[in-house]
Design a protein around this ligand. Structure first.
Ligand code: ZN
Length: 229
């Protein structure tokens, strides 16, 4: 092993120990409280949104990225499932030096990923001219395979169905209760489906395209709700 590598390994080990001490100490409580608050009222996992957050994740793993161990921007509140399956396999864009995987708090995943509204499956967008899978989306799915697991897909499918049902009722009846139920459903949705509907291709599907045309005020309200998580 090269000297520099050896130094990196011992720095990573030291950082891991220091992090463990911090997590076991009372002084880490404010950090946990803040991360949980940022994960929204339902405290969902920052990566899969399907399960409750339960632990702190280092987006750039402590080993070898020990220098980011206590970097606030590197910490996410995630579920045990994602924590178990996410490996230390983050890769970087050679041109920018930035991680290729999508950062859930800074970037909209739907810029890179496509959501199939029938199945709930997500896949990389295809990029011209060769129509190859988007590199960052592919990397995200590689680092976080949980996003393609059946229970997570089923969670998305359930949300799509639920929104579609209340959307249909609101479009056909225009009743106060139905409209209220739709706004509430958008507010409570946490799989990112509402953002797909409000800001991406989802709005071209029924009942959303009808709603957009027939009730523009309500549509605008949903669009605003979709970013006020
Ligand atoms: Zn998760």
């Amino acid at each position: 092993m090269l000297k520099a590598e050896q130094a990196g390994v011992s720095d990573s080990l030291a950082a891991r120990e220091e992090w463990k001490r911090f997590r076991n100490a009372k002084s880490s409580e404010p950090l946990i409280v803040e991360l949980r608050r940022m994960s929204g009222a339902t405290e969902r996992c920052a990566y899969c949104s399907d399960s409750l957050g339960a632990t702190v994740d280092h987006f750039l793993p402590i080993s070898p990225h020990f220098e980011h161990t206590f970097d606030w921007r590197n910490l996410y509140w995630i579920c045990d499932n994602c924590n178990r399956r996410k490996g230390a396999r983050i890769t970087f864009d050679p041109a920018t030096g930035q991680p290729l995987a999508i950062r859930p708090d800074r970037e909209c995943p739907w810029e890179y990923l496509y959501l199939d509204m029938e199945t709930g499956v997500i896949a990389p967008r295809m990029r011209p001219p060769m129509f190859e899978p988007d590199e960052r989306a592919a990397e995200t799915l590689r680092v976080l395979p949980v996003l393609g697991f059946e229970p997570v897909i089923e969670g998305r499918r359930r949300e799509i169905r639920r929104l579609r049902e209340v959307g249909n009722s609101a479009v056909t009846t225009r009743g106060t209760d139905e409209v209220r139920a739709l706004v509430l459903a958008f507010k409570e949705e946490h799989h990112g489906v509402k953002s797909w509907i409000a800001h991406h291709e989802g709005s071209d599907e029924s009942p959303w395209r009808e709603l957009k045309r027939q009730a523009p005020h309500l549509w605008r309200r949903l669009v605003i709700t979709s970013v006020s998580d």
